[in-house]
Design a protein around this ligand. Structure first.
Ligand code: SAH
Length: 242
């Protein structure tokens, strides 16, 4: 039987938010490859080999998955959320470049953190928006600042992934300074932590009230555009331009 690789999104955490397509791929798989906490979300069963690996080894992991598939294995590479959003799908294609033989590859979408968070909050991404990864592991900090300023100038709502880690404690404080300067103190900003898990926590404040400690690596941060407002407990952005 010929091997394949499926790069699958496990969604933000809740079992209900894993698509049936991803469940079917996991049911057929012989091997699951991915970052330790994501592989831990896959139920072990007989005939399924789990291959957890550490963070920051995406390319090695992708090569390993392609090698397994070349040997006839049915491999699911797992990401949280969606595999195309700051995750393993790009790494797999990068590992594929220069290879002579290509196994059957499928990318199986999942619910990305910003969409799960936005649904909990109301509809903060209801008009034009962008998503920015605030980690400077794979790009220079100056590029992050440039994109923040230009997105603010264009009045995009913004979703921020990887906002703050122990290795980068100052970065997010700087992000908040830039946003206050570019968007003013009254702009709404929401912190959505561990969405769809038992640790879920949500809060919405103004930029004046926001402080760096409100975010960690399990938080996706959503900044409104200039028209984003509250209605009751909800936060939404109107469909029409401000
Ligand atoms: N591929 C993933 C993103 C990976 S980057 C996706 O599509 O969601 C990891 C970042 O995603 C975290 O630092 C955090 O910003 C965000 N994230 C992932 N799961 C989350 C959740 N359940 N709640 C809030 N943010 C989450």
């Amino acid at each position: 039987m010929s091997g394949w690789v499926a790069v699958a999104g496990l969604g933000p955490g809740a079992e209900d938010l894993v698509t049936p397509e991803v469940q079917a791929a996991l049911a057929e798989a012989t091997d699951v490859v991915g970052y330790i906490p994501y592989v831990a979300r896959v139920a072990p069963r007989e005939g399924l080999a789990l291959h957890p690996s550490d963070n920051r080894v995406e390319l090695d992991r992708a090569r390993f998955a392609l090698d397994l598939a070349a040997r006839g294995q049915r491999v699911v590479v797992v990401s949280s959320g969606d595999p195309g959003v700051f995750a393993m799908a790009s790494a797999l294609f990068e590992a594929l470049e220069g290879r002579d033989r290509t196994p059957d590859i499928r990318i199986l979408p999942g619910i990305t953190a910003m969409l799960a968070a936005s649904a909990r909050l109301g509809a903060p991404l209801g008009h034009d928006f962008c998503a920015i990864n605030l980690s400077d592991n794979l790009k220079p900090w100056a590029l992050i600042e440039k994109r923040l300023r230009l997105a603010a100038e264009a009045d995009f709502a913004m979703a921020f992934y990887n906002p703050r880690s122990k290795a980068r404690p100052e970065g997010f404080a700087r992000v908040l300074e830039i946003l206050r300067e570019a968007c003013g103190p009254e702009r709404l900003i929401s912190f959505a932590r561990a969405i769809s898990t038992p640790d879920e926590a949500l809060s919405t404040v103004t930029l004046a009230e926001a402080c760096p400690e409100m975010a960690d690596m399990r938080t996706v941060v959503i900044l409104g555009n200039s028209a984003t407002r509250r209605v009751g407990a909800w936060v939404y952005t109107p469909r029409s331009a401000p």
